[in-house]
Ligand binder design. Structure first.
Ligand code: MN
Length: 161
């Protein structure tokens, strides 16, 4: 789901110095086990939860500042960020000071996900409905892209149970 490049992981690689961080460099690959998802709790400068869905050999990713809510009335901001390699789903550890995303990362939940429609079309149009089968999260979820007010706004979505 790269925006400016045919290599979906180009933005991920560009932000990181793999001589300094223990995060995987990774490559586009397939898990071969259906579609996995992972949520990583990331104690960066601002604590957030990284919500990642496997699609086409990478992890399509959103940073969710408040984390997912089980209350369908709670819409949680989810900022679409760069695709991550599939092996990132196993990453736990501390990103060193001075590196991108410095702070501790733990796996908060993981499992499999299934899109309700065609996920590529749904991501393009900004409305992705899907089901999760994880340890903490399950059932039906929606990611909905917000209308940007200015071109400088981030790629903001809402994550809703
Ligand atoms: Mn993060």
């Amino acid at each position: 789901m790269a925006k400016n490049s045919r290599e979906p992981l180009a933005a991920y690689w560009a932000k990181r110095d793999f001589a300094k961080t223990a995060e995987p460099r990774g490559e586009r690959t397939s898990s071969g086990k259906g579609l996995s998802f992972v949520i990583q709790k990331h104690a960066a400068t601002r604590l957030h939860y990284d919500f990642r869905l496997e699609l086409d050999g990478v992890l399509v990713s959103w940073a969710v500042p408040k984390g997912p809510s089980l209350d369908p009335a709670e819409k949680r901001l989810a900022v679409h960020v760069e695709d991550h390699p599939l092996e990132y789903a196993r990453f736990e550890g501390r990103i060193p000071e001075g590196e991108y995303g410095a702070g501790a990362v733990i796996v908060w939940d993981q499992g499999t996900w299934s899109p309700d429609g065609d996920p590529r079309d749904d991501l393009k149009r900004g409305r992705l409905e899907f089901h999760l089968a994880g340890k903490k999260l399950s059932g039906g979820w929606l990611l909905l892209r917000m209308k940007n007010r200015s071109p400088r706004d981030k790629d903001n979505w809402l994550l809703i149970k």
